[in-house]
Design a binder for this molecule. Sequence first.
Ligand SMILES: Nc1nc2c(ncn2[C@@H]2O[C@H](COP(=O)(O)OP(=O)(O)OP(=O)(O)O)[C@@H](O)[C@H]2O)c(=O)[nH]1
Ligand SMILES: [Mg+2]
Length: 300
Amino acid sequence: MSEENAFEKLGGPALKWAWDHPDEVLKKILKVNEWFKKKSNVEIEENPSNTSPIAQKAILILGPGGVGKSTVARMLAGDFEDILTDAPGYYKESLNLEKFHLNDDSNIGIVVAPGQEYHRPSTWNSLYTQIGLGAYRGIILLNAFGYHTFGVGYRSHRIYRGLGKSATKPRFIRAYLEDRREDELRVIKNLSHHVQLCENKLWILSLITKQDLWWKDREQVSQHYLQSAYETEILNMLGQHDPKKRRHKSTFASLVINNFKNGEGELLQPNTAGYDHKEQVDSLRVLFETVYDLMEWEQS
Ligand SMILES: Nc1nc2c(ncn2[C@@H]2O[C@H](COP(=O)(O)OP(=O)(O)OP(=O)(O)O)[C@@H](O)[C@H]2O)c(=O)[nH]1
Ligand SMILES: [Mg+2]
């Protein structure tokens, strides 16, 4: 695929439009915020084992650990400007369900699941049940082409130790990224059945984060999420769906620009040379455009 084609696949015309029409994009961001506000007046009970459809007006953010779920939730809830001007960078692993709401509205709009595998058993099963019961308006499914931030030093990671005597940092990173891409696919496979059970209208947004880290491999990324394994799993999940009840969109973004580091601050890979603020802002505008499109579909 030529570089131009890869760009088209990653939202080229939409990116250009978004860059040329900042005022339009701002209006849409405000509308998305209003939309959360209007629809988010149902409380979610504290006890995550409660499986009644109490979360019916919330959006669920799901995905493996360290992919950017808490970061995007803060953005969608209205912390957009802070995130753009801030350089957060450090990783604070989520331990339990997080609930976000608009700055000016105390009701709950967004539920974020903790992603690390050891936190999933205590929270994900009840979320799955709620999805099957039709409790959510939409699911934002996060992936990062394997670039999942983790807490421990890389030499103590099970994958590094598994490499034995041949272990080096580059070998570890290669094996780690592959392993984490497998986990992304496992997440969607496990989710599939519950989405199929849901009889309500439900949208799904696949958000592939960390564009600043995989930008040089964008052709491969586009292929992976739009034309091969990931797309196959999405199609399985959607099944023979009624288009009035299901809508799926994919979008690619850099939520922050940051080197790939673990929780201990060790540098694993620098962000792609040449990926700058303009590209990031473009990607975020397209993200909001996509959320806006889902909002219109939800209301149609
Ligand atoms: N380079 C880069 N870093 C990102 C991006 N998005 C998020 N991060 C960083 O990735 C790390 C993990 O982000 P979080 O939002 O905490 O991830 P999470 O999915 O909530 O992780 P868990 O709580 O463990 O499930 C943080 O250090 C973020 O600053 C991105 O697009 N690019
Ligand atoms: Mg988190």
